[in-house]
Design a binder for this molecule. Structure first.
Ligand code: SAM
Length: 256
């Protein structure tokens, strides 16, 4: 697989995308793959046989994993994002990745075929209880699951600071809708336009325990480490808390 840090993105791929997707795609590849590889090294998600990038989006994590593991499968529900990712793989000569369209609540077959599942910034858009049960089914025994998701601080930050607005994405509206979803106990149908669900470290751990996982480590985004990877320093992208509320957090859980 290519060791290059920069991913080539032809203009023709950008022309088809919405304003929000274009901004997101450009942001995630703006400083190359190195920071993603470092993050994967710190959490011990390297030298794997077969990894699932669950909710892969535009594939930046998939490609970073492909540089350090044997085989990577990227799954997402959005066919346009998958199409862009598959074209980036071909243009940039990644041969050990495949992209498939599926909902994380319902990935068919693949029972116990992955030795690791990586899921960054996705489960708050899903029925995560169902997704965790599905992840448990897909992992081999002893396999690791990495989750990065959002606490209430992230949505308060969206309401007050309004990061990355675009013509088709309104951070303040997104944050308010998400708090409304929490108040009305909404469990399904989350999206950037309808808002997400608010997760907490305690609730997420409880849901993972109920699905059969053992949570190995949990902390603010960019801070957890595993095994012999403790030498890679933390590199958080977000503050641990916003106005006293838990912000973006991450954890590693194991299938016993
Ligand atoms: C905020 S993006 C994160 C993408 C990628 N993991 C990253 O870090 O850039 C959330 C992604 O989750 C996908 N997604 C949302 N709900 C999903 C579901 N139920 N099943 C599979 N993918 C889903 C979206 O299509 C989108 O690509």
């Amino acid at each position: 697989m290519p060791e290059t840090d920069k991913i080539e993105i032809p203009d023709r791929l950008l022309r088809r995308l919405s304003a929000n997707d274009t901004g997101f795609l450009q942001r995630v590849y703006s400083s190359g793959l190195d920071k993603y590889r470092k993050h994967l090294g710190r959490i011990g998600f390297v030298d794997k046989d077969r990894i699932l990038d669950a909710g892969c989006g535009f594939g930046q994590w998939t490609f970073a994993m492909a540089q350090t593991s044997t085989q990577v499968v990227g799954v997402d529900i959005d066919s346009e994002r998958l199409s862009v990712s598959a074209q980036l793989a071909s243009i940039n000569d990644f041969k050990n990745v495949e992209f498939c369209r599926a909902s994380l609540e319902d990935i068919p077959n693949c029972e116990e075929t992955f030795d690791a599942i990586f899921c960054y910034s996705v489960v708050y858009l899903t029925d995560y209880h169902k997704v965790f049960r599905n992840f448990f089914r897909l992992l081999r025994k002893g396999g690791d699951l990495y989750i990065c998701t959002n606490g209430p601080g992230w949505y308060l930050y969206n309401i007050i600071q309004q990061p990355n607005p675009s013509t088709d994405f309104h951070p303040r509206r997104y944050g308010i809708r998400t708090f409304w979803n929490a108040l009305t106990h909404k469990r399904k149908g989350f999206s950037p336009s309808t808002g997400a669900c608010i997760m907490t470290p305690t609730g997420t751990k409880r849901a993972l325990d109920r699905s059969g996982f053992e949570v190995v480590t949990l902390g603010a985004e960019g801070t957890v480490t595993t095994g012999d990877r403790h030498t890679i320093p933390p590199a958080p992208n977000y503050n641990a808390r916003y106005m006293g509320l838990v912000n973006v957090f991450e954890l590693i859980a194991r299938k016993p």
